[in-house]
Design a protein around this ligand. Structure first.
Ligand code: F3S
Length: 397
């Protein structure tokens, strides 16, 4: 692997032990994956932020580092809302440790925006090289924005944030970004909202595995693409997909489908995943809600009272920008939490039947929250949550 004089100097410890150690991580990863050089990155998103995941050893490692990020860098969701953790019934001991992890990252120059939707923070554009970690964020950056990132582990993303570079291999190379599988979607979706695209991704991810799919027959908007990619990254390992006529690289390169394995997915097959069962809680915001999604939720909840708990998750920056929508939502009894999500926080572990509007959550909730998951449109989720017949004694009102 070719290194510049400056990179060699960092590797030789001329800029301190921390940078030397982090450069060793990057060079090690680069050698394993056959990278020929480093590439400058525009931003980083660092996973390994929940104390539940990194534990005491991870915290000690973070505290041992002494350097600062040199590109805009954010954290993945952590185990709780760092301001409202008591409302989430978080154990104070866990909260203390989680806050210590967060402040260790802050000392390293990582912004305390803890989100899986860093693309709402304007830290990337088409063609940028990135070092992002969370699978749905990676999928969105590659597919919807046309930026280039592999799915980084926590240490390699942190190393890239501080060094400002990442090894150039995998999805950083144009030749590795071509479609490898062709999905033809036939028929009309019953509901055009993002949940339907999440359900489509739930099915398509299982078929794709780690191949790059190209879709035709659908015309998703941005929130729908977000849900589609998140689900495929959960049920498969899809880090990049294309949609004919919609996603940027499909428009630039007009991919040829001849020679690709072709799979037909019927719209009805996707709609069959939706059920009409009664949940005991609703969770929305996987991935974290966009401003448009918060405003749609506010329009559905205005003047309503929830009868079962409703948890909504979004980036703190988006919540701050959408205060009016958040006030309307919370007047109904629903809660909008920042920094965390239904999967990384223990808050939803007390429920046994959780309704979601996301294909990724449909896949993760059973294993991560130990609950049965069911998918509904955003409108269905809110209608179920406000129906007095579904009333729970311990609703969050
Ligand atoms: Fe984001 Fe958590 Fe879902 S990290 S994509 S809200 S599982």
């Amino acid at each position: 692997m070719h290194l510049t004089h400056e990179e060699e100097a960092v590797l030789n410890g001329e800029e301190g032990e921390t940078k030397q150690q982090l450069m060793e991580i990057l060079v090690g990863v680069g050698k394993v994956f056959g990278a020929d050089e480093m590439v400058q990155i525009r931003s980083a998103q660092v996973s390994g932020a929940s104390y539940k995941t990194i534990g005491e050893w991870g915290l000690k490692w973070l505290l041992s580092l002494d350097a600062r990020a040199c590109v805009p860098s954010v954290l993945n969701p952590v185990g709780m809302d760092r301001m409202r953790w008591e409302e989430m019934d978080i154990d104070p001991e866990f909260a203390k440790k989680q806050l210590a992890v967060i402040s260790a990252y802050e000392r390293l120059g990582i912004s305390l925006e803890c989100t899986c939707t860093p693309y709402y923070l304007n830290i990337t554009e088409y063609g940028d090289h990135l070092a992002w970690s969370e699978s749905s964020a990676v999928s969105y950056a590659n597919s919807v924005i046309g930026a280039r990132t592999n799915r980084e582990g926590g240490p390699s993303a942190l190393a890239a944030a501080i060094i400002g570079k990442t090894p150039r291999y995998g999805l950083h190379l144009v030749e590795n970004r071509k479609p490898e599988l062709y999905f033809r979607v036939e028929g009309e979706p019953q509901q055009a909202d993002a949940s339907w695209y999440g359900a489509l991704g739930y099915i398509a991810g299982k078929i794709s595995g780690n191949r790059i799919p190209l879709f035709s027959g659908i015309r998703p908007g941005r929130d729908q693409l977000k849900n589609l990619g998140a689900a495929m990254a959960a049920t498969g390992a899809v880090a990049l997909y294309h949609v004919q006529g919609i996603t940027p690289e499909a428009r630039v390169f007009s991919f040829d489908t001849s020679g690709l394995e072709e799979v037909v997915i019927e719209a009805n097959e996707v709609s069959d995943l939706f059920t009409d069962e009664i949940p005991d809680a609703v969770a929305i915001g996987c991935p974290h809600c966009s401003p448009e999604e918060l405003s749609f939720l506010a329009s559905l909840l205005e003047g309503q009272k929830i009868t079962i708990p409703v948890y909504i998750f979004a980036a703190r920056n988006i919540i701050n920008r959408e205060q009016e929508s958040v006030r309307i939502i919370e007047r109904s009894g629903a809660r909008v939490f920042a920094d965390t999500c239904m999967v990384v926080s223990p808050a939803l572990e007390q429920y046994s039947r959780i309704m979601v509007n996301s294909g990724k959550a449909l896949s993760y909730v059973p294993t991560m929250c130990g609950a049965e998951a069911m998918i509904g449109s955003t409108r269905d989720c809110i209608e179920k949550a406000c129906n007095p017949q579904n009333m729970r004694q311990d609703s969050l009102t």
